[in-house]
Design a binder for this molecule. Structure first.
Ligand code: SAM
Length: 282
């Protein structure tokens, strides 16, 4: 039985006496045509392995399993596991793991299962959207594309550049690794229970080669995070104020001046190319 309709979802919840957990960001997608649109945009074929984060009741998982060769579904809420056992009973190509995605070792899983590349598809839990995306984008797990439902304002943040209030570490992490394309804007009525905000489906096509060269991407991202953690401070103060970086204010100011920038700039005015050059210089 297809789960992603308002009637079937409500009936499943009632039958299992399941209480929806707000703390896990549980808003189940119950609009079958929106679901179809999301899965279509993820461009999944029989050779693909899909990582679904938070399968919930299994509505999206069913559709993914019909199209993909293999689906790895990682769900934190153990109360959902018996329900998923029922809704996914007819899909032997789903590997269901009861774990926190932020603690899950995707690289080790890929090694053990001989997975070359994952396509990530998810209706993400909104309370941890940014950490999940940062982990996927900054880690070196083999990911081909990421198609996810997020809060509309988070999707907006992924696409902006310097000089806008939404610009931040997430914008830079996304733009270093992928090209973001908004697939759909999704109203609250498509979910049960309904969230208080509009949502967007965004597709990130991961580049084979990043658009800028940097010797140590991990170092660049540490600089980026430190500068946006204290975004009201000058870059020199923000970076020298993070002891893990081991930088003095003078050192940062000198590097900025050598790049032709003011020693008083804030991180939020620098683009990806400038963070890459600064990282190499430091
Ligand atoms: N995929 C389902 C759907 O579209 O109807 C459910 C989406 S719901 C917005 C988010 C799901 O992520 C929930 O099932 C929730 O329990 C799960 N979740 C929340 N935090 C998680 C975490 N840290 N790791 C794995 N799953 C998580």
């Amino acid at each position: 039985m297809r789960i992603a309709t308002p009637g079937n979802t409500a009936e499943l919840i009632r039958k299992h006496g399941f209480s929806v957990r707000k703390k896990y960001g549980q808003n189940f997608l119950v609009d079958a045509s929106m679901l179809e649109k999301i899965v279509d945009s993820a461009q999944i074929g029989a050779d693909d392995t899909v990582l679904e984060i938070g399968p919930g009741l299994g509505g999206m998982t069913q559709l993914l399993a019909e199209r993909a060769g293999h689906v790895l579904a990682v769900e934190i809420d153990s109360a959902l596991i018996p329900i998923l056992g029922e809704t996914l009973a007819e899909y032997p190509n789903v590997d269901l793991v009861n774990e926190d995605i932020l603690k899950f070792d995707l690289k080790a899983y890929a090694r053990e299962h001989g997975t070359e590349r994952f396509k990530v598809v998810a209706n993400l839990p909104y309370y941890i959207t940014t950490p999940i995306l940062m982990q996927l984008l900054e880690g070196d797990a083999p990911i081909e594309s990421i198609t996810v439902m997020v809060q509309k304002e988070v999707a907006d943040r992924m696409q902006v550049g310097p000089g806008t209030k939404d610009y931040g570490a997430l914008s830079l992490a996304v733009q270093y690794r992928a090209k973001p394309v908004v697939v759909a804007v999704v109203p609250p009525e498509c979910f049960l229970p309904r969230p208080g905000v509009d949502s967007s489906v965004i597709r990130l096509e991961v580049y084979d080669k990043p658009p800028v060269e940097v010797r140590r991407p991990d170092h660049m991202f540490r600089l980026i995070r430190a500068s946006f953690n204290q975004r009201r401070k000058t870059l020199a103060n923000a970076l020298s104020g993070d002891p893990s970086l081991g930088l003095t204010r003078e050192r940062v100011q000198q590097a900025l001046e050598e790049m032709g920038l003011s020693a008083m700039v804030r991180g939020e005015t620098l683009g990806l190319q400038e963070f890459a050059r600064l990282s190499d210089a430091l």
